[in-house]
Write a protein that binds this ligand. Sequence first.
Ligand code: FNR
Length: 383
Amino acid sequence: MPVITEIEDLRRIYQRRVPKMFYDYCESGSWTEQTFRENESDFDLIRLRQRVAVDMDNRSTASTMIGQDVSLPVALAPVGMTGMQHADGEILAAQAAEEYGVPFTLSTMSICSIEDVAEKTTKPFWFQLYVMRDQDFTRRIIQRAKDAGCSALVLTLDLQILGQRHKDLKNGLSAPPKLTPANIANLATKWGWGMEMLRTPRRQFRNIVGHAEGVGDASSLMAWTAEQFDPSLDWGKVAKIKEMWGGPLILKGILDAEDAKKAAEVGCDAIVVSNHGGRQLDGALSSIRVLPEIVEAVGDKVEIHLDSGIRSGQDVLKALALGARGTYIGRAFIYGLGAMGKQGVTTALDTIRKELDTTMALCGRRNVHELDRDMLLIDQDFH
Ligand code: FNR
């Protein structure tokens, strides 16, 4: 096993270990992938001001997100099909997050179900909701999240219509993979992954299969999903879901100051400034680039979180210094999971925590509450 010192090391091992179809599903953006690329590269337009001779004993990365204690302000983002990256992937990631003291968010489109994850964890996790046309399904899945003790609902607003990702179409993405000649040839080179998968019955979208009408095999499920996302989701429906849920609510996918104001008016505990990791509207601005205008618009009204493009503790520091209370990682933890299972998720979190801690110290700050814009040197191109 090579020495792992950065998230990129995990990505390389992950690429070797997991079937191409699932690697491509993770490592792609929509259309030209401009937004996907800029999510990462825009962080480089922000430099850091070094400070010296400040007592750096007793440092801490601890904070809170929506009032819940976190050892590090980095939650695991909801990622569909996590259980195809590694057998029982959602359970392993949730356990790693629980042990590390950060929130885990289970996607509606997960392989392991809400109940599977609840059974194998001891602390509450967050549940991410995609709103479906079938209101009964929405009502029932919210009830299942309540019954499982989920401590926040993350309502995703930027996927009423699915953004097109070329690779998924070309690979014929499905769970479990369809046995086409190309897939069989690729799977034959991925023995470790295959052996683990055979050890678990969890290879379908278990939040949905058996819980919704007309869902059978993988291909009908994919077609069903594409038809079922509710394209008429609006602020009125958001208010109804808030009422149905009745607990801590996080609105995910905000990229515009006007939308941020509407989210604050509806009433939520936090918003996530996010472009879905560049998977939805290609050509949208990177999350880090829009963060300052959203902080200015609603920073005093609602807690602000950010995701899309975070690959290091320095990225986390920059988001916090620009006014985010917390961040999420999607791909960074999936690389770890696909590379090394639960240990890989812990390694991803630990890599980011160490980078954040060291960077804070070299900038003369002892804890995440001391981070502010004065420590940043922002390139002209960023504005
Ligand atoms: C996602 N994302 C996502 N979001 C969501 O609300 N529900 C979901 O089911 C998924 N599924 C999903 C699958 C994959 C493979 C990826 C990479 C992402 C978006 C995710 O929650 C988050 O917004 C991004 O991953 C953040 O960007 P980074 O950290 O991956 O750059």
